[in-house]
Ligand binder design. Structure first.
Ligand SMILES: Cc1ncc(COP(=O)(O)O)c(C=O)c1O
Length: 379
């Protein structure tokens, strides 16, 4: 089926008990077994829940993967993927990624003997050079958060697979509407469902989609063994969100492009980072690998004072962490999402005190631009 049809129907058979068109919230912790050793496929709700199972099948279909597993947050989804490894294993990861992922790697997982090498993954040669015999995962974000650098997924998958590693892609910034890494060779795709997949800024969650039965079985085992599952209510909310993913993303995308063009023309903006602009260094790669350029834009205002004055003045845009909601969210990566990244790394990557990140929502774009315009007047 086409993507929009899958958004609405994949994994969502009418409820077998009542025929309810919308999958009910199965708010139960356990299931009656008719006799010892016989049950209906559901024993205990950490292990199986029909609302969660519907969402897992839905997102797996959207990512063109085989299996989906949902978690209590994006971070718990990422954490579970690394529990596939053991002490001494090595990971090649992008040097510019969500600050919370870097914090998990450097302050938690390294304590358990995992080793990380951070490289600019937009340079496939750097990924190749960082590979070691014990490399088990190549971990990628593209576009990166917040610098919007693009990594060639197919080329990196080739390098990783040649070295015996799997490729894991955090696809949160794009959603499967804009980019489907499994079709480009990735083995595992994960998301913070908190963002575009849910889309309404009212649920925190995560998902891991795998492209093989072997990986799916391992992730499923870990989901049950570790237990950081998505609740039935959150599963229902995200399912409600994915139904409109295609129409929301189309509008996000249109507004994102209009906003990027406005910012690129603005005399008070020093630089705009958006892969849809022809001056973006990987614009051609983005065109090839993505089905559009999305709604995430970063831009440079030159100083912390300028960024603060601007962010304190916006009215319609909400100054907030997070992204991917129907409402426009605006943030300051240096002190918010990327505060846990060491200052030297931040400076090298361009996460400066003057950098602002915007997640463009689906409001009328003229209203959003008018809001930014009045905020620029204070600079
Ligand atoms: C790209 C990316 N990955 C993962 C996460 C973590 O997700 P969560 O906040 O749902 O734990 C975030 C959160 O902002 C993110 O932006």
């Amino acid at each position: 089926m086409g993507f929009s049809t899958d958004c609405i129907h994949a994994g969502q058979e009418p409820d077998p008990t009542t025929g309810a068109v919308t999958i009910p919230i199965y708010q139960t912790s356990t299931y009656v077994q008719p006799e010892l050793g016989r049950h209906k496929g559901y024993e205990y709700a950490r292990t199986q829940n029909p609302t969660r199972a519907a969402l897992e099948a839905n997102i797996a279909a959207l990512e063109r993967g085989k299996h989906g597993h949902c978690f209590a947050s994006g971070m718990s989804a990422i954490d579970v993927v690394f529990r596939l490894l053991q002490s001494g294993d090595h990971v090649v990861a992008g040097e510019n990624m969500y600050g919370g992922s870097y914090r998990l790697f450097s302050r938690v997982l390294e304590k358990f003997g995992l080793q990380f090498t951070y490289v600019d993954t937009s340079d496939t040669g750097a990924v190749r050079q960082a590979m070691r015999p014990e490399t088990k995962i190549v971990y990628l974000e593209t576009p990166t958060n917040p610098m919007m650098t693009i990594t060639d997924l197919a080329a990196c998958a080739e390098v990783a697979h040649a070295g015996g590693a799997i490729v894991v892609v955090d696809n949160t910034f794009c959603s499967p509407y804009l980019q489907r890494p499994i079709e480009l060779g990735a083995d595992v795709v994960l998301h913070s469902t908190t963002k575009f997949l849910n889309g309404h800024s009212d649920s925190v969650g995560g998902v891991v989609v795998s492209n093989s039965d072997e990986l799916g079985e391992k992730i499923g085992f870990l989901q049950n063994a570790v237990g950081a599952i998505l609740s039935p209510f959150d599963s229902w909310l995200v399912l409600r969100g994915t139904k409109t993913l295609a129409v929301r993303m189309k509008r996000h995308e249109e507004n994102g492009m209009a906003m990027a063009q406005y910012l690129a023309r603005h005399p008070k903006v020093k630089k705009v980072y958006y892969p849809g602009l022809p001056e973006h260094p990987q614009h051609e790669l983005a065109k090839r690998q993505m089905n559009g350029f999305g709604a995430m834009i970063s831009f440079e205002l030159g100083s912390k004072e300028n960024a603060a004055a601007f962010l304190n003045r916006v009215r319609l845009c909400s100054l907030a962490e997070s992204l991917g909601g129907v409402e426009t969210l605006i943030s300051h990566p240096e002190t918010m999402t990327h505060a846990s990244v060491p200052i030297e790394t931040r400076t090298r990557l361009g996460i400066t005190p003057g950098l602002v990140r915007i997640s463009v929502g689906i409001e009328d774009v003229e209203d959003l631009i008018a809001d930014l315009e009045q905020a620029f007047e204070t600079l």
